[in-house]
Design a protein around this ligand. Structure first.
Ligand code: HEC
Length: 503
């Protein structure tokens, strides 16, 4: 105890083991008239501020004051800037337009109030405070665990060591200790001030630079940290440039591209219909078709791309029967034809009679490939209508199966079933056959049309249709095949005759 006398006394602390004893002690200390007191507990103790006689905090008033200042600053700033310093009419509003000023004023109110709450709390609590002399007491560590402490500061007007000890002694505490300075130096290290001064010094530099720029004049161009588009080499029409080898600032269209909205759609090619003629017979349908190709945007996701007969692909179900009726004119396939409900209407569509693509070997080969991929599964590789799917359907005796049409039947010949119609059948399907516009490109659909024509011709061809120059070779080849077959047959016959002898 005696050594403590040399050090400065900060106050006296007493330890308690329960909330109740702490609250009791608090009340007695309060009633004894002490003001500079503090209680410490491991958790928040309800009613302790009352027991200690602590007055409600003034923090709300600080926050309110700061908020009010923020609102006033926000409003005055805007009124000053917008209607006095630089009067400027915005959106035809009056110079002082409160509704327009509210967002900024509101934000500043919040900002200032938040600052008031944050810094006010620090100030009222005497923060930042890096150390408290009470920490020197080794028993005080338990305040975060299971002990309660009551402290009377030496700065209290009524403070007198003996009296306080007496008071604490009456409150049933077993531990009373005088709080004195600890041994360590209370001096802040010098390095801290040096670093602090350096930070302050550096932070002044930007302000000085800005000030200098505001207050002095210079003939030098503005200093650019970021160039952005300040120096964009924008050109006017017909000007020259060094940027491109041809020296022209106006650039020609990129080869093979079409600007949006500038697409010239060859409607005949896309639909297989002579659109000019269609306009004569059914302007409404022609217009709808054009629209569906010109602006495919209203199409929903997953829907097929625009195809020739929009009525069929985009119309709701009940409409389809009526619209597809146009296609369901007699093809001679009555036995596998449309459901009874669908009316049989004469097809007045002016189909293209000619394939718009130039016929050549390459196109036919393309058509053959795609016919093999998409059509042969049903119609068979030779177009005879007996593809794998059909064979399977027959095998399992599928009841609802409509056999695929024989493509070489007379009703599908070019003179009665125009190329355009065949193209449309591939694109949009017909009756039980699905459309393939979504899978096969327009060009490849026309290639298939060309190939189907070749296929049809191949089934009923005579040697006279072959160019004279090639007839010779074909006849020779035919004779050879025939000879081979005969030899084969003869060999087989001989073998068959020989077999019984062997046994
Ligand atoms: C999934 C099987 C299937 C595929 C694949 C298929 N078709 Fe068909 N096709 C049919 C059926 C079934 C019919 C008969 C429809 C009916 O009468 O209801 C038919 C009918 C036809 C007809 C006759 C149309 C008419 O007006 O009578 C043509 C031509 C035709 N298909 C061409 C093709 C071509 C070309 C392809 C390849 C792009 C193809 N089909 C792919 C099943 C198919």
């Amino acid at each position: 105890m005696s050594e403590n006398n040399e050090k400065k006394v900060h106050g006296i602390v007493a330890e308690y083991t329960s909330v109740d004893s702490l609250l009791n002690a608090c009340r007695r200390v309060r009633d004894a008239g002490y003001k500079k007191t503090d209680a410490f507990a491991p958790f928040a103790v309800h009613g302790i501020e009352k027991a200690l006689g602590i007055k409600p905090t003034v923090l709300p008033w600080i926050v309110f004051g700061c908020g009010a200042v923020g609102a006033i600053v926000g409003l005055t700033m805007q009124i000053w800037m917008n209607s006095i310093d630089y009067p400027y009419i915005i959106s035809g509003k009056p110079m002082i337009s409160l509704p327009a000023f509210i967002p900024v004023a509101y934000e500043l109110t919040i900002l200032f109030a938040a600052f008031g709450a944050f810094f006010g709390m620090w100030a009222l609590n005497g923060l930042p405070r890096f150390s408290n002399p009470i920490f020197t007491d080794p028993r005080f560590d338990r305040v975060t665990d299971d002990r309660f402490f009551l402290y009377i500061d030496a700065k209290d007007e009524q403070f007198d060591e003996a009296g306080v000890r007496q008071l604490f002694g009456d409150t049933g505490t077993e531990y009373i200790q005088t709080v004195v300075d600890d041994d360590s130096s209370s001096k802040v290290p010098k390095g801290f001030f040096i670093a602090w001064a350096a930070v302050i010094g550096l932070s002044v530099i930007p302000v000085l630079v800005v000030l200098k720029m505001r207050l002095t004049k210079s003939s030098l161009p503005r200093f650019h940290v970021f160039f952005d588009m300040d120096f964009s080499p924008a050109k006017d029409a017909q000007q020259t440039t060094t940027l491109f080898a041809d020296g022209r600032a106006m650039r020609p269209d990129v080869a093979g591209t079409v600007a949006r909205g500038d697409m010239l759609i060859d409607m005949d090619y896309m639909t297989g219909i002579d659109m000019e003629a269609l306009t004569q017979v059914d302007a409404r349908r022609a217009e709808r078709l054009v629209r569906s190709f010109a602006d495919p945007s209203p199409q929903q996701e997953g829907e097929q791309p625009p195809v020739a007969d929009t009525e069929e692909t985009s119309a709701p179900a009940e409409k389809t029967a009526e619209e597809t009726g146009v296609q369901e004119e007699a093809t001679g396939e009555t036995e596998s034809a449309a459901p009874a409900a669908a009316p049989s209407v004469m097809d007045t569509t002016p189909w293209l009679t000619q394939n718009p693509l130039p016929l050549n070997k390459q196109l036919l080969e393309r058509g053959q490939t795609y016919f093999g991929i998409y059509c042969s599964v049903c119609h068979g590789l030779n177009g005879g209508g007996n593809g794998l799917v059909n064979r399977r359907a027959q095998k399992i005796l599928a009841t609802n199966w409509i056999p695929p049409s024989k493509l070489n039947q007379p009703t599908l010949a070019q003179d009665v079933y125009p190329d355009g119609k065949l193209f449309n059948t591939i694109s949009n399907g017909i009756r039980k056959m699905p459309g393939y516009a979504a899978q096969i490109t327009t060009r490849d659909r026309w290639a298939i049309v060309a190939y189907v024509r070749a296929l049809q011709q191949s089934q009923n061809a005579s040697i006279n249709e072959v160019p004279a120059a090639e007839r010779e070779a074909i006849l020779k080849q035919q004779a050879e095949v025939k000879k081979q077959l005969e030899e084969q047959a003869a060999a087989e016959a001989a073998q068959a005759n020989a077999e019984p002898g062997d046994n």
